[in-house]
Ligand binder design. Structure first.
Ligand SMILES: [Mn+2]
Length: 274
């Protein structure tokens, strides 16, 4: 039924020091698992951090959805694990029942937070981001507009995207557009970014990597690096670390064209000591 896109130009596998993915929402009909499968097939990393909401247990309880593309994402990740990639699963809110803070399951890589040290020595804190919900006036877009409207918006988002792709236009996300245009949404995102960055700074980290709000971005906030991996429902984005410690946000819909990224010097620690 769905229009299959032309086969991607053969891309050589890209090797990264680290890869961060979040908000894949496997089990939710709006997950772009097929795009993520294509992406995972051509990237390699020494360590992959799954930054929460990889499985959407809430959506599965509401109305189960699963397809071969969802299974493929799981098997591709397990293949990488088998081939020697380290896999760390930082649990989010939609997969919260998997959350274990200590004990044997930490050995499985199921944790509520993690730390990553970049090649250039920066200590980065990795959390999903839902721990700030209580401090926010309201939740993310889904909670603001409700499940039904969110599903409808994601449905329109997918079809606008497919239509644009078919007629040769570049990637454009209706959801991302609305988030930029609606002042409340914009303020909401900025408040989240400030909260997370300041918390990471007060804990002595050089930066933080999170997800949750489905809004990708990499920037410095008062000297703390803030990176949001985005998601695979609205945006199809991933964060990677190159061998030299440079962090880059990749937008898969534009076939690995960088959305934003900072040169190593630009992401170097602003402080002399962590
Ligand atoms: Mn979340």
């Amino acid at each position: 039924m769905e229009n299959r896109r032309p086969p991607s130009p053969s891309l050589p596998p890209r090797r990264y020091r680290a890869l961060w993915l979040s908000d894949v929402h496997l089990g939710y009909a709006g997950s772009r698992a097929d795009d993520l499968g294509e992406f995972l097939a051509v990237v390699e990393a020494e360590v992959i951090y799954l930054v929460g909401d990889i499985l959407d247990l809430w959506a599965l309880q509401r109305s189960a959805f699963w397809s071969a593309a969802h299974t493929r994402v799981v098997t591709l990740l397990l293949d990488k694990l088998q081939a020697g990639t380290r896999l760390v699963y930082v649990v989010g809110n939609h997969d919260a029942p998997l959350r274990r803070d200590t004990g044997a399951l930490a050995g499985l890589g199921l944790v509520s937070e993690a730390e990553h040290v970049t090649a250039d020595g920066r200590r980065l804190w990795i959390v999903h981001g839902d721990r700030y919900d209580a401090l926010m006036a309201c939740g993310r877009l889904q909670h603001v507009v409700g499940n039904f409207l969110y599903d409808l918006l994601m449905y329109l988002n997918r079809h606008v995207h497919a239509w644009r792709r078919r007629f040769g236009f570049g990637h454009w996300s209706l959801a991302a557009f609305l988030k930029r245009k609606v002042p409340n949404a914009r303020r909401h995102i900025e408040k989240f970014e400030d909260l997370v960055a300041h918390d990471a700074g007060s804990r002595g980290y050089d930066g933080v990597i999170c997800g949750h709000i489905h809004h990708p971005g990499v920037r410095h906030i008062d000297g703390v690096l803030y990176a949001n991996t985005g998601d695979w429902v609205e945006n199809c984005t991933a964060l990677v670390e190159h061998a030299d410690g440079c962090l880059e946000l990749l937008h898969w819909s534009d076939r690995q064209a960088a959305l934003g990224g900072l040169a190593p010097s630009a992401t170097a620690p602003r402080r002399d000591a962590a």
